[in-house]
Design a protein around this ligand. Structure first.
Ligand SMILES: *Cc1c(COP(=O)(O)O)cnc(C)c1O
Length: 502
């Protein structure tokens, strides 16, 4: 199985190279040259396995330069009961929803209480094994731009992993207090965190620039380092996410909610387009999916793109209560466009160039109609998000976080508009306790709320009779280790000074 760049098909690499490099040398993203195909019989076989078994099968079909033992080890180390609280790291909650078509896929039972753990608990293992194959004597420097959840999940995944150093950049005013605290108290001897004066897109652009800065790369190489990425531009982030869509289907099958071959819808709260793209790969592999419901917050660049075929990031940037989706440049859309144009690298390159120079591009009518055949887009503002959290809690006794609520809202609008009765998997991407203030406001009518984050956490727990995830509760007494704030022009300097390279 080979991978090529979305913007130059002549660049072809192995699976381990794709993961070790993170991004192609021409700035494109790596995509699989061929997508494995599963029959319904294969899916029925997968359904007999546990999550780890399902992961091993799917990963081994994509990572053919890994041995079976290597894949087994990666999976066994990542998805433990200890880290995810049960043997199924991605359980479906449907009991509370009676005979509705809603099934909440809970992806936040990992160590940092967000779905990013599903990929970032396994990525360090995939990456260190890839590096052993490609650059055995180099130490890898992982750079991460985060809108809140990736940063912590990556820090936790990579902390004290031999042969790695990790640095995280987050927008200083663009993450929740709990997310900030999670990152600034991070333990480990190979970690560094820096806030930047700017938004997520600035952080992401800064990191991409460092990755393609030839002089900087050379300087680091001379000092024994190579760069890699833990953002969802890395194939090693996307691949593990494909697994939970198959697993969700298998769980629905095993519970009798669907029969083999029945189609499902997926509703995904979307920012960088990684999570929903993973469901698209699952579909291309043969998973019966009817519609992809792409849910955005007020930063609704994707909603507009799906309805008009024009991607235009020249618009107001909103800092919302679902900060992990406050993104105007959805990086993984590039991979989707590549597949939607049957691998037309020239076309993808022209769109990405136009995005860089003018902040926009428009796709041709054929591509647009291919997209709208399978995708439905929608968005939801903060007020509606909180209204949904309140309604959902009062009606079903289910407490969801702000991001999940965006998906629920857009799903409801979709059903109202289309009458589509297909059984739907709604991705729940974070614990409500990462966004206590907004969630507490949503379920409290006239109470006065405390100012302190942890007082809010306690109040939310009492009010809703739900448990605070232990790792979040433990942050209350942790020491702050990182408080640097830098300009976006100083990111490269931060990297060099952290590494002690002149
Ligand atoms: C990252 C994140 C998202 C968006 O996922 P993408 O893969 O970037 O589309 C949604 N919700 C939460 C809680 C997240 O952390």
């Amino acid at each position: 199985m080979k991978y090529n760049s979305t913007t130059d098909k002549k660049i072809v690499v192995s699976a381990s190279q794709a993961i070790a490099q993170g991004i192609s040398t021409d700035g494109g993203l790596f995509v699989p040259v061929e997508i494995p195909h599963y029959t319904l019989d294969d899916i029925s076989e997968l359904a007999k396995l546990d999550y780890r078994g399902r992961a091993k099968k799917i990963l081994s079909d994509y990572l053919d330069d890994f041995t079976k033992e290597e894949i087994d080890e990666c999976v066994e180390k990542a998805y433990t009961k200890e880290k995810f609280g049960s043997d199924d790291p991605a359980p479906i909650s449907f009991e509370k929803f009676g005979d509705t078509d809603m099934n909440i896929l809970e992806l936040w039972h990992g160590p940092t209480s967000a779905f990013k753990d599903m990929a970032l608990q396994i990525l360090p293992h995939l990456l260190t094994k890839s590096l052993r194959k490609t650059s055995p004597d180099k130490e890898v420097v992982i750079l991460v731009a985060t809108s809140g959840d990736t940063g912590k999940a990556a820090l936790e995944g990579f902390k004290d992993v031999d042969g790695t150093k990790i640095m995280v950049f987050y927008p200083v005013d663009g993450v929740s207090p709990m997310q900030k605290r999670q990152m600034n108290t991070q333990e480990g001897n190979n970690v560094a965190v820096c806030a930047i004066k700017g938004n997520f897109d600035d952080a992401q652009t800064g990191v991409k620039q460092i990755f393609t800065d030839k002089d900087l790369i050379k300087k680091l190489n001379e000092n024994g380092y190579i760069f890699s990425s833990a953002n969802s531009i890395n194939w090693g982030r996307l691949l593990p996410q494909i697994v939970y869509y198959f697993s969700a289907y298998a769980n629905l099958l095993n519970s009798g909610k669907i029969s083999l071959g029945d189609k499902i819808n997926v509703a995904v709260p979307t920012g960088n387009f990684g999570n929903i793209l993973a469901s698209y790969y699952a579909y291309r592999m043969g998973l019966p999916i009817n519609k992809f419901i792409c849910a955005s917050n007020s930063n609704n660049v994707l909603t507009d793109f799906i309805s008009t075929g024009v991607y235009d990031k020249n618009r107001h940037f909103y800092a919302t209560i679902s900060p992990s989706m406050d993104i105007l440049v959805s990086s993984n859309l590039e991979r989707f466009l590549y597949h939607m144009t049957d691998g037309n690298d020239t076309l993808v390159k022209s769109w990405m160039t136009s995005l860089k120079t003018e902040g926009k591009y428009s796709v041709d009518d054929t591509t647009k109609s291919k997209i709208t055949d399978i995708f439905a887009g929608g968005f939801c503002d903060d007020e509606k998000t909180q209204q949904i959290i309140g309604e959902f809690f009062n009606k079903y006794g289910y407490l969801c976080d702000t991001h999940t609520a965006v998906a629920v809202s857009v799903y409801k609008d979709y059903v109202e508009k289309t009458g589509d009765k297909t059984v739907t998997v709604i991705d729940s991407t974070a614990s409500p306790y990462k966004f206590s203030k907004a969630v507490l406001e949503a379920v409290s009518e006239n109470d006065t709320l405390p100012d302190d984050e942890f007082a809010m956490v306690d109040m939310l727990s009492q009010k809703t009779n739900t448990d605070v995830p232990a790792p979040l509760a433990a942050l209350k007494t942790k020491e702050t280790r990182f408080s640097s704030v830098c300009d976006k022009s100083e990111m490269a300097d931060f990297v060099l000074s952290t590494l002690g390279v002149q």
